[in-house]
Design a protein around this ligand. Structure first.
Ligand SMILES: *Cc1c(COP(=O)(O)O)cnc(C)c1O
Length: 438
């Protein structure tokens, strides 16, 4: 399988190149040249299948030309080392709890899969260059997931940039993992600034001469592909709990960079019977505006309670447009959008706990609210619960009165100080070029 750039100014590449390049040379994002369609028969039996078996079938169809099936099986099994239950919240709506992994957020799935694919490729020959360097910008949860996903992968140095003051204490502490190969960098700017610096690093010829540079952001195709698996798994779980294969399914996605939505759309193109997708934004609702008006207008992100969705220029928009051949009509019919203020988010967390006894985190809350607004009689809704409520214990407690135990924290004296840089590529480059010890 080849992967093309959404900008179409660089030639299609192999899976290995797509994974290691992260971003195409023309600044575009990689997409699979073919989207295989799964035979209908698969969906007749899917309700009895576990997530690892489902993931293997889907992954083998996508990546089977490039990676041996036994290796794919191993990567998939290692990726899904935790449960992803579908939990009924009310009569027609269920939560897909993606947050039972090591850093309590869905980004564990993509990070674990990507780390294992990169490890597979660096073990099978690094092309004579120095170490593989992974560069990632995080607005919240992806940093910790990447840190945890890579900490045991040999031969790979990881650099994680985060916007100063925008991470919760737990999110920041999750960047500090043992081993010394994961480096956190505090950037005096926004997430979009971090993302821009990361993109500059990929395009830096000096750096590329010395190292094999790759990205672990949601722009990396191997972060995205494994996120398809749980859309199939959600459908399978719904069928097995409803015992009815004719239900019409609507899936809601709390969105920032639109990685999850893109993965859901890929699953749909592979044949997953989803009737409609619903996108939920916080007040950084560039995507919702786009769905309503057909005009995509990036803007500066502001801070909200659902901080992992504080994105002003969602990077996967080009992939989504590409999936529809740039045709806005069908896109806007398949995907509906809703946005929510912090006040709305508090209200939904509070109400859902009193009405259904279910604890939402601020991100999942937006998707639950959007599904409520959009679902029609006779339909079944699934929303992605992307982070564990205990990651946002203060907000959840304020909304519900429920005290959630926070996770154990590192001793203050052991907490490393992260280098702090202004929004300057030169400053980043200095760190990238110097940290080649070990
Ligand atoms: C990253 C993140 C999101 C946004 O996901 P995208 O795929 O970037 O749209 C939503 N919720 C949580 C908890 C996240 O960490």
């Amino acid at each position: 399988m080849k992967f093309y750039s959404t900008n179409r100014q660089s030639p299609p590449v192999t899976l290995r190149e797509a994974v290691m390049n992260g971003l195409a040379a023309d600044g575009g994002l990689y997409m699979p040249e073919r989207i295989p369609v799964i035979p209908r028969a698969f969906f007749n039996n899917i309700s009895g299948m576990g997530i690892r078996d489902i993931a293997f079938v889907v992954a083998d169809m996508m990546l089977g030309d490039d990676i041996e099936s036994t290796e794919i099986r191993q990567i998939v099994n290692d990726t899904f080392s935790f449960e992803i239950p579908l939990v009924k919240v009310d009569k027609d709506i269920s939560a897909l709890e993606l947050y039972h992994g090591p850093t309590l957020a869905f980004k564990d799935v993509g990070a674990r899969f990507l780390a294992r694919v990169i490890s597979h490729y660096s073990a099978s020959g690094g092309g004579g260059k120095g170490k593989v360097k992974v560069i990632v910008a995080t607005s919240g949860d992806s940093g910790g997931a990447v840190a945890a996903g890579f900490k045991d992968v040999p031969g790979v140095e990881v650099y994680i940039m985060y916007p100063s003051g925008r991470l919760s204490r737990m999110q920041r502490e999750q960047l500090d993992v043992p081993g010394g190969s994961v480096h956190a960098i505090e950037v005096l700017g926004t997430f979009d600034d971090c993302q821009r610096l990361a993109k500059q690093a990929f395009c830096d010829a000096d750096l590329r001469r010395e190292y094999e540079i790759t990205s672990a952001n949601s722009i990396n195709i191997c972060r995205l592909l494994p996120q398809m698996f749980y859309f199939f798994h959600a459908y399978a779980s719904l069928l097995s709990s409803e015992g009815d294969s004719r239900c019409e399914v609507v899936m809601a996605v709390p969105s920032g960079n639109l990685g999850n939505l893109t993965a859901g759309l890929l699953a749909w193109r592979m044949g997953l019977p989803v009737k409609r997708f619903v996108v939920a934004n916080n007040v950084n609702d560039v995507t919702v505006d786009y769905l309503n008006t057909g005009r995509f207008v990036p803007r500066r992100a502001v801070k909200t309670l659902a901080c992992a969705m504080d994105v002003g220029n969602p990077s996967n928009v080009s992939r989504i447009n590409d999936l529809f051949g740039g045709d806005f009509g069908p896109l806007s019919r398949l995907i509906k959008g809703y946005s929510y203020s912090d006040e709305d988010i508090m209200g939904w967390i509070s109400r859902t706990y009193s009405a259904d006894g279910y604890l939402l985190d601020p991100h999942g809350a937006t998707a639950y609210a959007a599904l409520h607004a959009d679902i029609k009689p006779g339909e079944k809704g699934i929303f992605l619960a992307t982070a564990h409520p205990s990651k946002f214990s203060r907000t959840v407690e304020e909304a519900t009165g429920v005290k959630l135990g926070t996770l154990p924290q590192a001793e203050p004296s052991h907490r490393p100080v992260h280098p702090r840089i202004s929004v300057s590529y030169e400053a980043l480059k200095k760190i990238l070029m110097s940290e080649n010890n070990s």
